[in-house]
Design a protein around this ligand. Sequence first.
Ligand code: ZN
Ligand code: ZN
Length: 139
Amino acid sequence: MDDDHSGSCLCGAVRFKTRGPLRGVIYCHCSQCRKQTGHFVAATSVPDGNIEIAGAESIAWYEASSFARRGFCKTCGSVLFWKPWEDAYISVLAGAFDKPTGLQGECHIFVGDKGDYYIIDDGLPRFEKSTPSLKVADE
Ligand SMILES: [Zn+2]
Ligand SMILES: [Zn+2]
């Protein structure tokens, strides 16, 4: 089906499949995303019920805040997931998907926190912190 997508970490220990449409990619420039990935996070999001994860025992979860945990592969270090405790959706890093993803950028958040070594010039909306519709931890 067109709306089915798959992806994995770099070493392949963690694989996932999603069903249904994927949210547009949100680029998060907050300091947590920057430190964890070495740059910024580009992620889509799916309802919990629309993703199947294989190799979950290879995922390490880091609780960067009381709001959400960050999942990455224990073996290869690929950053894969961002999961709020209290919401029934999971953010999946866009780069982990196999191509073609059909994904498009939606907006930039936490641009007030972004690294000072690059510029954002793709014309997408930019938000100093989060967007009104997207719940994230206060930083
Ligand atoms: Zn891996
Ligand atoms: Zn972030």
